[in-house]
Design a protein around this ligand. Structure first.
Ligand SMILES: Nc1ncnc2c1ncn2[C@@H]1O[C@H](COP(=O)(O)OP(=O)(O)O)[C@@H](O)[C@H]1O
Ligand SMILES: [Mg+2]
Ligand SMILES: [Zn+2]
Length: 510
């Protein structure tokens, strides 16, 4: 008898339905899996055989053919152990066929029949719902994320044995639910707050501007000046994630296998800080079993590249397009995957190799040529994606010793959210543009017009400070954000003047 069991696969960040068809025929005992399976799927025979035996089921000693449909997409990973076992049990009449039809099955099996969690349960359950499936049997450890999907009955199980007992009517599985609205209503937790950073008012202001306009930002300062500390606090002043954004973030972590058991929804903005030895693939994503890279794990949050000049040229190069497009495209033999990568980039670097160029307290031991060479490592295309260059001076002792508490993140965030609202209105209807940093040249013509005084000021700044051409559009975009923060419809001289300050690399070193 042929049976058909519903399961799911993953392509990029989305699930697709997979039908697991199992046919048992008389003849030489065999076990063939067809439909573009990868090695992990082909190896499921041993796990399925052993798991069935240890769960009170018989493994049919016949000619077994398993077809994974649709056949044109390569099936990666050990997702299909559970649906194959169930299919075999139905085909060999050990489980009733009728009630099984309305269920989705996800899970990897251990040899003892224990059900192991799968990566990407959330997007797969979302996909099943879109295809009209109403019930899902999944590994217990995936229950919390799966239950986020409304209108889907989730039945978590710990083992194949429990599932068998469920369908034989011996011990029904209990349905698992969570209260999504209540969960989302709770405020997200950030472990850190801007009020912990003493002094550094100028840098905090620059980060507020960056957050308000979605601008990428480079922090330049001596070791210990607080660059890492400041960058880590950026997510806490970004606007709250919407439910849909939280779902996108959770999907990515689900696919990457980074969701902790018991976690349903990630509703804090992610902060990723990969080490500078990371490979290009580690940053952008891909690999033999495709995985989202750091730039996608930072989707809707912050990607922090500490010691920017130490990253390999390849790694920096591979980030350029994703930063521009907000997505990573990975070509595979049979398909093209995309992972979203709408992230704010915060990079940090020392001002020179020794770290103390321009520091009032310590002497720099680098030659001019060495300083040039060090800064040269980050010149070019990636730097073109960075709107703000911010110098981070060493904190003075008096500021560190000051006991009065600085402004809280939530108060800074309130201003950021107000400025973002203005941008939402401005770009309503413009597909994919949400913040000033994403303005096209046409949009800049429309929204960054300067009065006579302002135009003269910008011209003068260019001539006197020797700004490079790349600085021009950056300054206008940032000035637009500064005007939005102050609620001004026009870009005024003071907004421009502040924006010009945030181009220190153009000014000083080139
Ligand atoms: N403005 C500040 N207020 C309070 N503590 C600070 C400040 N700047 C630096 N620190 C302290 O110094 C440590 C080192 O800062 P860090 O952010 O690692 O510097 P950097 O990344 O620039 O080398 C921080 O963990 C923090 O304890
Ligand atoms: Mg640091
Ligand atoms: Zn130096």
């Amino acid at each position: 008898m042929i049976s058909k069991i519903k399961s799911c696969g993953l392509l990029g960040i989305d699930g697709y339905m997979v039908d697991v068809e199992t046919d048992i025929a008389n003849g030489m005992p065999a076990f063939d899996v067809v439909g573009l399976p990868d090695a992990a799927v082909r190896e499921s025979r041993e796990r399925v055989r052993s798991a069935m035996k240890n769960s009170g089921l018989r493994f049919p000693q016949k000619h077994i053919t398993v077809n994974l449909a649709p056949a044109h997409i390569k099936k990666a990973g050990p997702f299909y152990d559970l649906p194959i076992s169930i299919g075999l049990s139905v085909s060999s009449e050990q489980l009733p066929k009728d009630t099984l039809d309305e269920y989705l099955f996800l899970g990897e099996l251990s040899l003892t029949g224990e059900l192991r969690p799968v990566s990407g349960a959330l997007p797969m359950i979302m996909c099943a719902k879109e295809h009209g499936v109403k019930k899902a049997i999944i590994p217990y450890a995936n229950a919390s994320e799966a239950a986020v999907v409304s209108d889907m009955e989730i039945y978590p199980a710990r083992s194949l044995g429990e599932i068998v007992a469920h369908f034989q009517g011996i011990a029904p599985l209990s349905r698992f639910t969570i209260d999504c609205d209540r969960l989302f209503g709770e405020s997200e937790e950030y472990m850190v707050d801007f009020s912990e950073v003493k002094g550094q008012e100028n840098v905090k202001r620059a980060l507020e501007v960056a957050a308000a306009g979605g601008h990428n930002c480079l922090l330049i300062g001596s070791p210990g000046s607080g660059k890492t500390m400041l960058a880590q606090r950026l997510p806490s002043i970004l606007p709250r994630l919407s439910f849909d954004e939280a779902l996108e973030v959770t999907k990515l972590y689900s696919i990457a296998g980074l969701l902790d058991e018991g976690v349903s929804l990630l509703f804090a903005r992610p902060f990723r800080s990969p080490h500078h030895t990371i490979s290009a693939v580690g940053l952008s994503g891909g690999g033999a079993v495709p995985r989202p890279g750091e730039i996608s794990l930072a989707h809707n949050g912050v990607l922090f590249l500490d010691e920017l000049p130490e990253f390999s040229k390849d790694a920096l190069e591979v980030m350029r397009q994703p930063l521009e497009d907000g997505k990573v495209t990975i070509a595979r033999v049979n398909a093209t995957l995309t992972y979203p990568s709408n992230t704010m980039l915060i990079a940090a670097m020392n001002p020179c190799k020794c770290g103390y160029h321009g520091d009032p307290t310590r002497a720099c031991s680098c030659t001019e040529a060495q300083i040039k060479q060090y800064l040269g490592k980050i010149s070019g295309p990636l730097l073109d994606r960075i709107d703000l260059h911010v110098e981070v001076p060493s904190v003075k002792y008096d500021e560190l010793a000051d006991r009065t508490s600085a402004e809280r993140s939530k108060d800074i965030r309130a201003r950021v959210e107000k400025a973002r609202k203005i941008q939402e209105k401005r770009f309503a209807g413009a597909n994919g543009v949400y913040s000033n940093s994403q303005m096209t040249p046409a949009m800049m013509n429309e929204f960054c017009q300067l009065g006579e005084t302002e135009a003269a000021l910008l011209k003068q700044a260019f001539e006197n400070l020797g700004l490079s051409a790349r600085a021009h559009n950056r300054i206008l975009k940032v000035a637009r954000t500064i005007a939005d923060l102050s609620g001004s419809p026009n870009i005024c001289a003071q907004h421009l003047a502040e924006a010009i300050q945030y181009r220190s690399l153009d000014r000083k070193y080139w």
